[in-house]
Design a protein around this ligand. Structure first.
Ligand code: FES
Length: 417
């Protein structure tokens, strides 16, 4: 995983957004400081084994697609991209065509990007403004709320109940400046149970007020190898010694809300913060570290003459040993030319780190595991975040739809403290 060379960028406090969740941030920071003082880290009770086949067996990959990627919310867009009414974003997510809209009343909606006539993709991939969408095949028209509002030569086509032929809606929810969608049509999805209050903490990052200032993508290994890296500080000074790792340690502390985890580093000297009143503790410290959203998001903060968020969206590829990561960069202010140049420099650096160090290593790990010559890989007691991640993946693969509410109500995986 990658962290900023200036790990605590000196961005200004955004003020208290939610006193309750800020209190949680203070409590977490106190816990991390205690580790810093004691020179300790979070530990799981035991070393943990993950079957090597879980990373390279195509059948397992298929199960994960059904049980995880098609059942859980995925973060598919930013509020900043759909800031205005009557805007949209169309994309393909692991082969699934999706259309996000902000309708005329400002509500976020999500649909399968597929015409009710004969299944054509209606909106080409991209972001834009529109009140209506015209199917490129035979010209049927839908509005931004997803209703079918026009059928070419309708009298000749024949009688239809248009009210049943709108775009197929998908459960969607806008939280903390991000748009989450479940890629399975259903009446509703219990987003509250899924986030467990984590979204209120993420609000403090202020992504909803940011500008998208850059994008790039990186081809990667099996999605779980990539996700392991999001949660792993153990490797930082070793794998990344040439790029940034020589400046930082390898200790990690983990906080979790169900399957979602924050990874932070208990810095030596962190306890100096105690000399200040809590009200003056800067957001940069309270929000430090990597914020992951299961199953595919990592949010990291860097410095580019101001805070620069890198939000990584990880998606499985067509084959079990492939993934793609979209990196979107967001800044609280619209950058001037000087800052944009700095952002570009930081983006190039991060692309290099992820592509040439993290993912190059991950791709080779995938190839080695596919030889079948090792039964398991290991996660140490100090790698509790990875242990929890794999425990959730296993639990979701094994749990049917009826069992999901109970699963999200309990603690899954080892206690890591
Ligand atoms: Fe869309 Fe025919 S497939 S109008």
């Amino acid at each position: 995983m990658y962290v900023s060379r200036g790990y605590w960028p000196s961005f200004p406090s955004r003020g208290i957004r939610n006193p309750m969740s800020r209190k949680q941030l203070i409590e977490m920071t106190r816990r991390h400081m205690a580790h810093s003082k004691a020179g300790s880290v979070d530990q799981a009770p035991d070393v943990f084994r993950v079957p090597a086949a879980h990373y390279c067996d195509p059948q397992r990959g298929q199960l994960e697609r059904t049980q995880i990627w098609r059942r859980l919310p995925l973060m598919l867009g930013f509020s900043a991209e759909l800031g205005e009414k009557n805007t949209y974003r169309a994309m393909e997510v692991a082969g699934f065509p999706v259309l996000l809209t902000r309708d005329g009343s400002g509500e976020i909606r999500a649909f399968v990007n597929m015409c009710s006539h004969r299944g054509s993709q209606i909106v080409a991939e991209g972001v834009g403004q529109a009140r209506r969408f015209v199917c490129p095949y035979h010209g049927w028209t839908y509005n931004v709320e997803g209703s079918l509002v026009g059928i070419l030569d309708s009298a000749e086509f024949g009688e239809l109940d248009r009210s049943c032929l709108g775009l197929t809606p998908l459960p969607a929810s806008e939280r903390a400046g991000m748009i989450f969608v479940v890629l399975r049509p259903q009446e509703s999805f219990d987003f509250e149970a899924y986030f467990q209050g984590y979204d209120e903490i993420l609000e403090h990052l202020g992504l909803g007020d940011c500008h998208v200032v850059g994008r790039q993508s990186v081809d990667g290994p099996n999605w779980k190898i990539a996700y392991d890296g999001y949660l792993d500080f153990y490797h930082l000074p070793i794998l990344h010694r040439e790029s940034f790792g020589s400046e930082i340690g390898n200790k990690a502390v983990y906080d979790n809300w169900g399957p979602h985890q924050r990874v932070n580093m208990p810095f030596p000297g962190m306890e100096k913060l105690e000399e200040k009143p809590e009200a003056d503790w800067p957001d940069a410290v309270l929000l430090a570290g990597i914020w992951t959203i299961f199953p595919h998001i990592s949010i990291a903060t860097f410095d580019a003459d101001g805070p620069l968020y890198m939000v990584s969206q990880l998606f499985p590829g067509e084959a079990v040993d492939e993934s793609i990561t979209l990196q979107t960069f967001l800044s609280p202010q619209a950058p001037d030319a000087k800052q944009q140049a700095k952002i570009q420099q930081q983006m190039e650096f991060l692309h290099h780190v992820v592509q040439d160090e993290d993912y190059a290593t991950g791709i080779k790990i995938g190839r080695a595991l596919a030889t079948g010559t090792k039964k398991n890989v290991l996660f140490g007691r100090n790698e509790g975040g990875g242990q929890r991640f794999h425990s959730w993946v296993d639990a979701l693969v094994e749990t049917d739809d009826d069992g999901l509410p109970e699963l999200f109500a309990r603690q899954v995986g080892p206690t890591v403290r």
